[in-house]
Design a protein around this ligand. Structure first.
Ligand code: NAD
Ligand code: ZN
Length: 341
């Protein structure tokens, strides 16, 4: 089969012939229909420091997909060939304390599809059956291909109640944009999003954002004044991974506000701790998606009117992957889909 493989320890990704993956007695084999490119894939493509220490050369990359089950292992129950599925890319150990306590998203021995084991940018993918998520027909393939990042957005946005609250999202990347749509869907009052990329801020306007801010020209204080917000932002969703965006957010959070952190902030990020301590902020780290409550919730929300389709801006055949990665690296895009069938 064909796959996009990190064949060499240098910038790039290579379309390569590899064997169809073997599947175990608890696994399913999935024929891939569509995949989506994530920032993680771009790190791997660029072979930056993060990728160099983590990614084994020879890895098939990718973890956002929709496909159809074509084979099931002998012990698999509840799934059968012909089912359309997306899947959870975090494979939890199942026996650590948190796994046993039903918190598999923070398993201490998590293995990641397309990062530490072969991924979905390929004609076929094998994963444990428990990680495959069957989908209702009402969810179109393009949306089904982005359930992984939509799940990050759902997990973060619903970490704290946003009903009737003023929500600040830092970072209008695909996840931030989808978080905006979710906050609106579940009843936030104002949704303010900041970025430095006007292309993405334009998409934000279509996704229910009350006030998109280019933080190079407009301050969070100015947004508050325009919207006549007196005390500060109630809920902060950090989705930029940018230190100064986070610092700024903390400064304008209301007393007793709540902050969920999804963006991978640099290790040396410095903040004014008094903003957390003296304002009594609650801060929560978010990793992955809850297995599988986040999946249930996001599918239900899609079925009850949540619309994230504007986040998808480009679609290519997998053979044109180079063009797709080039557009990704300039950031003039939302989600990019690669078609495999
Ligand atoms: P992305 O890189 O596409 O989006 C980040 C956005 O932040 C970009 O549009 C960028 O222009 C913007 N940004 C940069 N500087 C900014 C500033 N000063 N103020 C405001 N915005 C600024 O990433 P994404 O795919 O949307 O994911 C969001 C973040 O979450 C990334 O940091 C990603 O690595 C991280 N992530 C974490 C998890 C997790 O499990 N914790 C999962 C997925 C993604
Ligand atoms: Zn575990």
């Amino acid at each position: 089969m064909q796959a996009l493989v990190k064949s060499k320890g240098e910038k790039g990704i290579w379309l390569t012939d590899v064997s169809v993956p073997e599947y175990g007695h608890n696994d399913v084999l999935i024929k891939i229909k569509k995949t989506a490119i994530c920032g993680t894939d771009l790190h791997i493509y660029n072979w930056d420091e993060w990728a160099q220490v983590r990614i084994p050369v020879g890895l098939t990359i990718g973890h956002e997909f929709v496909g159809e089950i074509v084979e099931v292992g002998q012990d698999v129950q509840g799934l059968k060939p012909g089912m359309r599925v997306s899947g959870e890319g975090h494979i939890a150990c199942g026996f650590c304390r948190r796994c046993r306590g039903g918190l598999r998203h923070i398993c201490r021995q998590n293995v990641s599809v397309g990062v530490t084991r072969n991924g979905c940018f390929a004609e076929y993918l094998a994963i444990p059956a428990v990680n495959a998520y069957p989908l209702p027909d009402s969810i179109p393939d393009n949306i089904a291909a982005i359930l992984d990042p939509l799940g990050n957005a759902v997990h973060t946005t619903l970490a704290f109640s946003v009903i009737g609250e003023d929500v600040l999202i830092t970072g209008a990347g695909p996840v931030g944009l989808m978080a905006a749509a979710i906050a609106r869907h579940v009843g936030a009052r104002f949704v303010i999003i900041s970025d430095v990329n006007d292309y993405r801020l334009d998409i934000a306007k279509k996704m229910g954002v009350t006030f998109p801010i280019n933080s190079m020209h407009t301050t969070l204080k100015e947004a508050m004044n325009t919207l006549e917000m007196k005390e500060g932002y109630d809920v902060g969703l950090e989705m930029s991974g940018n230190s100064s965006a986070f610092r700024n957010m903390l400064e304008f959070m209301t007393h007793g506000g709540k902050v969920a952190l999804l963006g991978f902030l640099p290790q040396d990020t410095q903040i004014d701790w008094n903003n957390i301590i003296m304002k009594g902020l609650q801060v929560k780290g978010i990793y992955g998606r809850e297995m599988f409550e986040t999946w249930y919730t996001m599918v239900s929300m899609l079925q009850s009117g949540l619309d994230v389709s504007d986040v998808i801006t480009h679609e290519f055949s997998y053979q044109d992957f180079d063009k797709a990665f080039e557009i990704m690296s300039f950031g003039q895009c939302g989600k990019i889909i690669l078609n495999w069938m």
